[in-house]
Design a protein around this ligand. Structure first.
Ligand SMILES: [Zn+2]
Length: 65
């Protein structure tokens, strides 16, 4: 399962918390192919999409007439 992470610094970290709140062990040995073919976490996607929508709505509201 591919979770989304907000933090990009993973050096030295054994685990990190994903966008959907799951604590995941960071697997360094995961190959690029495995990573690209793994199913994306729907919860992470939904949260990120909702945040993007709210940012877009706020921007539209502030630039309106
Ligand atoms: Zn997730």
């Amino acid at each position: 399962m591919r979770h989304a992470f907000r933090s990009r610094r993973y050096d030295g970290q054994a685990e990190d918390v994903s966008v959907c709140g799951a604590t995941c062990a960071l697997v360094r040995e995961l190959s690029e192919t495995d990573w690209c073919t793994a199913p994306t976490c729907a919860a992470c996607n939904g949260i990120l999409r909702a945040e993007q929508d709210s940012r877009t709505a706020a921007r539209d509201a502030s630039t309106g007439p």
